[in-house]
Design a protein around this ligand. Structure first.
Ligand SMILES: C[S@@+](CC[C@H](N)C(=O)[O-])C[C@H]1O[C@@H](n2cnc3c(N)ncnc32)[C@H](O)[C@@H]1O
Length: 346
């Protein structure tokens, strides 16, 4: 029975079943079951900086249609129309899990799978399965996702990554102009930085976003060990960085740690990040460089060959991409192959 595997079988929750809010009562679809805790944590208001800010009060209206009137910070990944939400307000895991989302234009519904909200274009497809490039598929594996925070990530330090605490501090410095706003941790992996951003109390909301279902499951496993995080404004979303499920100009800060080299198309990803940032919003990314100015010329072709199939860029390419997407105030810090860069939406 579904109850036995639900991640929301937490002792504080007394559960009952409810159908997905967007399925008509006489629906031909197999009924979807949603867990409805009677007690759930209240959440503070989320400040997103655009007109698509979610209405924070869930109204008890008389008809099913009227109930689906809330606008959302999430947008349809197909057409970017803000999704309509039905369910309790808030960005915490429980509220998102118990909500149904629907695009008025595409008539497509989105809901939580396991404990994350699936906002990929392929969400809910029955027959079509898409295979992404190796650098994306690698992280969808349960083993790699499990090992990620248990040694894999720490091994980056050998290439010059300063380590989680120091990288977090560096990112926080860059994010100063976005304090108090909504932060999206794109390609969050197992959520090592998302948890820190959420715990910092500096942001009104944090969205941990990744393409890998197993990374998001790891995220949840770490989050549930901390009651404060469980009730904070921290949501888990599955999405493709090249098709971000947010309206244009709706996000204050985007973080992408150790991620650019894994993206199928860094140019599409940075264009998308630029699109969702509000004016003045900040993008902070880190990655491995293909080589630096100090890498001997003789080694460069070898590195090109070994790193073929990955999006390892040079310092100049990263800056070029950011500026060609219209981002300004580009700045970066480099240590061996590690680069952390920041740019701002004008
Ligand atoms: C090396 S991990 C980085 C995790 C974490 N941000 C960190 O700093 O350690 C790269 C992440 O990029 C994600 N990724 C790869 N392709 C993606 C895509 N198309 N859209 C979103 N995330 C993607 C992977 O699933 C993986 O979790």
């Amino acid at each position: 029975m579904a109850m036995a595997t639900s991640p929301f079988l937490h002792p504080i929750h007394i559960l009952e079943f409810r159908r997905c809010p967007f399925l008509p009562l006489n629906s031909q679809f197999p009924p979807r079951l949603h867990f409805l805790p009677r007690r759930f944590p209240s959440s503070s208001t989320i400040r997103a900086s655009s007109a698509v800010l979610m209405e924070s009060v869930y109204r008890d209206t008389s008809t099913r249609q009227d109930q689906a009137k809330e606008t959302e910070i999430f947008a349809c990944p197909v057409c970017y129309e803000p999704l309509i939400r039905k369910g309790p307000p808030g960005l915490n895991l429980s509220a998102i899990y118990r909500s149904g989302f629907k695009c008025r234009r595409c008539n497509k519904s989105y809901s939580s799978k396991d404990m994350f909200l699936d906002l990929t274009v392929t969400a809910g497809l029955r027959d079509y399965a898409e295979v992404q490039p190796v650098r994306t598929e690698l992280f969808r594996s349960p083993l790699v996702s499990f090992l990620y925070e248990r040694g894999w990530r720490q091994s980056f330090n050998r290439s010059g990554f300063p380590g989680r605490d120091e990288e977090f501090k560096m990112a926080q410095e860059y994010f100063k102009p976005a304090e108090g706003g909504l932060l999206v941790d794109v390609s969050c992996g197992s959520g090592l930085f998302s948890r820190k951003f959420a715990n910092s109390g500096v942001y009104s909301g944090v969205i941990a976003l990744d393409f890998s279902e197993n990374m998001l499951r790891q995220c949840y496993n770490f989050i549930k060990q901390d009651d404060t995080l469980l009730t904070s404004n921290l949501a888990l979303v599955r999405a493709d960085v090249s098709r971000l499920p947010f309206s244009s100009g709706s996000v204050d800060a985007v973080h992408a740690g150790a991620a650019v080299h894994c993206w199928p198309s860094p140019s599409n990803a940075i264009a998308e990040i630029t699109r969702i940032l509000r004016s003045g919003g900040v993008f902070v990314g880190s990655t491995f460089l293909r080589y630096t100015s100090s890498t001997p010329w003789i080694i460069r072709p070898l590195r090109e060959r070994i790193l073929q199939g990955y999006s390892y860029l040079t310092e100049e390419e990263i800056e070029d991409l950011c500026t060609s997407c219209g981002l300004t105030n580009y700045s970066r810090k480099i240590q061996q192959s590690f680069i952390m860069f920041s740019a701002q939406k004008p």
